[in-house]
Write a protein that binds this ligand. Structure first.
Ligand code: HEM
Length: 316
């Protein structure tokens, strides 16, 4: 769970600065696979559609995977690696709440790509992740955006190198983390809008109930009874399966689920952007697309330091 290990945000900022790699990012192109695997986008679109039809959480879980991949050692699909000795990104407590349905959606999409003889073993797991994240967004009613491609997969995944933001981060801590990835406060607020989809386990927010004055009291009461009967609550209770701007409208009424969501409205320095997105869904979509593209450039690997992994769970 995200609340168990809490490295200092200074360590977080220092740790991720090394991920910025503008030269590698420059190689990314939206038509990278145009001649290598011309049907790539259609294959992934249909595979993710099937995964989302089978499981309601496949889409949100795949979108979250993309963030947890890019934020740690760059967008290199290291989050997918399973090491038999248990020393991999996934075994870090911060990654334990990633849902199996998200991993399965990526494995299924990669299998679908590799079943096309022209594409077999030519598309990286990192690119499959980036495209699946876009599909999760657009097939839930969010923006359809061009995805930059051409990432190589990394070979390393370790438990101890995982540094991610936590639900008790204040605005300065959130900004420090995202600026380490080359992302601005506006990017961070737009990306947090991904919490318009999916759910959080009760331990991720329960400590706020009855103690956090920024939480609406009626909402706190609802959450209390939700967690008495089940293990999770939706991040956006208004429209949990629709990618829309109601996440920001929830924040305006004290109905943000995580502390790191609600603080974006509580803090005067970010409230204006929240209000703007709450009133302008089109601008939220535009900024979200932009920020996802920037996130997708973090720590990109090349043929020199990466590979096209055949099995997303095992380096070649
Ligand atoms: C700003 C800092 C962030 C924090 C502190 C944070 C934390 C969390 C936590 C604690 C959960 C619930 C996990 C659980 O209990 O099951 C969650 C879920 C989720 N997060 Fe974030 N997150 C952040 C940013 C992001 C970003 C940038 C994205 C994607 C662009 C993202 C996408 C998601 C999605 C889609 C879910 C729902 C997953 C599901 O239903 O399986 N988050 N996040």
């Amino acid at each position: 769970m995200a609340h168990i290990i809490r490295p200092s945000f200074l360590a977080a900022a220092v740790g991720v600065v090394v991920l910025l790699s503008p030269l590698a990012a420059a190689q990314l192109k939206t038509d990278y696979y145009a001649s290598i695997c011309p049907n790539l986008e259609a294959i992934i679109q249909s595979s993710v559609k099937q995964s989302m039809a089978q499981s309601q959480i496949a889409g949100p879980a795949a979108l979250r995977l993309f963030f947890h991949d890019c934020a740690v050692r760059g967008c290199d699909a290291s989050i997918m690696i399973v090491n038999s000795n248990g020393d991999d990104d996934w075994h870090n407590p911060d990654n334990q709440s990633l849902k199996p349905d998200g991993f399965q959606a990526i494995l299924d999409a990669k299998a679908a790509v590799d079943s096309d003889p022209q594409c077999r073993y030519k598309v990286s797991c990192a690119d499959v992740l980036a495209l699946a994240a876009r599909e999760a967004v657009s097939q839930s009613g969010g923006p359809y955006y061009e995805v930059e491609l051409g990432r190589y997969d990394g070979r390393i995944s370790t438990k101890t190198s995982v540094v991610l933001p936590h639900t008790d981060f204040n605005l300065d801590q959130l900004n420090a983390f995202f600026s380490g990835l080359g992302l601005s406060q506006t990017d961070m607020i737009a990306l947090s809008g991904a919490h318009t989809l999916g759910a959080a386990d009760c331990p991720s927010f329960q400590s706020r109930i009855g103690t956090d004055p920024s939480m609406d009291s009626a909402f706190a009461g609802q959450l209390q009874s939700t967690c008495a009967g089940q293990t999770f609550a939706f991040l956006d209770a208004m429209t949990p399966a629709s990618f829309d701007n109601s996440y920001y409208r929830n924040l305006q009424t004290g109905r943000g689920l995580l502390g790191s969501d609600q603080v974006l409205y509580t803090d005067q320095r970010s409230r204006g952007t929240v209000n703007y997105y709450a009133a302008n869904q089109g601008t939220f979509f535009y900024d979200f697309t932009n920020a996802m593209t920037k996130l997708g450039r973090v720590g990109v690997k090349t043929a020199a330091n990466g590979e096209i992994r055949r099995d997303c769970q095992t380096p070649n």
